[in-house]
Design a protein around this ligand. Sequence first.
Ligand code: 3SL
Ligand code: MG
Length: 247
Amino acid sequence: MPIDVYATAGAIEKDLRGHACVIVDVLRATSVIITAIEHGCKSVIPVAEVEDAAIMARQLGGERVLLCGERGGVMIPGFNLSNSPLEYTEEVIAGRSLVMSTTNGTRAILRAGGSEAVFMGGFLNARAVAEAALSVSDSIAIVCAGTDGRYSLDDVLCSGAIISRILDINGKQSLCDLGRTALALYDSYNDDLFESLRGSLHFERLRALGFEEDIRYCLQEDVMQAVPEYKNGVIRKRRPQAAQTAE
Ligand code: 3SL
Ligand code: MG
């Protein structure tokens, strides 16, 4: 089976049952979730609508639940954390449950439920998420969150990074056309990911809001091992294969 890459969640045209699915929203939702899980947060519940997130947090109750996310790139009134990965330090989120709603990223995660496994990917954990996906299935779908329903260069470049790691492990995997494009882009741009994204839509939006440091953070490659996995409505840290087979 080829590795399929979708430019947006809305472009998914087939049943992804049996697939290992990797959701990519480099700027910034999946980079935030990877950071949160790496820094010891207990779980992340993705929710599409702001109002539903607030209701969910109330239902879960307790001060250990944090409401997180953004609209228009900035903190939602009444929420505890915005969508800046730099806020998700160990001190703030270790042991906490997060309820998260973002414009594109959390929606893409919800769309991919029903696959064999759904993982969060980014540059931060490119190698780790490639290994996790291959350990589940040879049928891999990389779903880019995109920006407002459109192709986003940051997500496609990151798909190329994840594909390069998959091919390092299993050179026999074939690629769909967008997968080939993503890999070629990554191969020619990976010397300076930040410069290669200059002028792209969401990159410039975030820079205009003052989030250049967030962008630089999200473009670091293979600095985290955590592979967040979405299952039964909740994202948790994927446990090593050995722990799962021992059960
Ligand atoms: O669209 C999303 O899900 C967000 O990641 C967008 S932002 O980078 O927080 O503006
Ligand atoms: Mg994005």
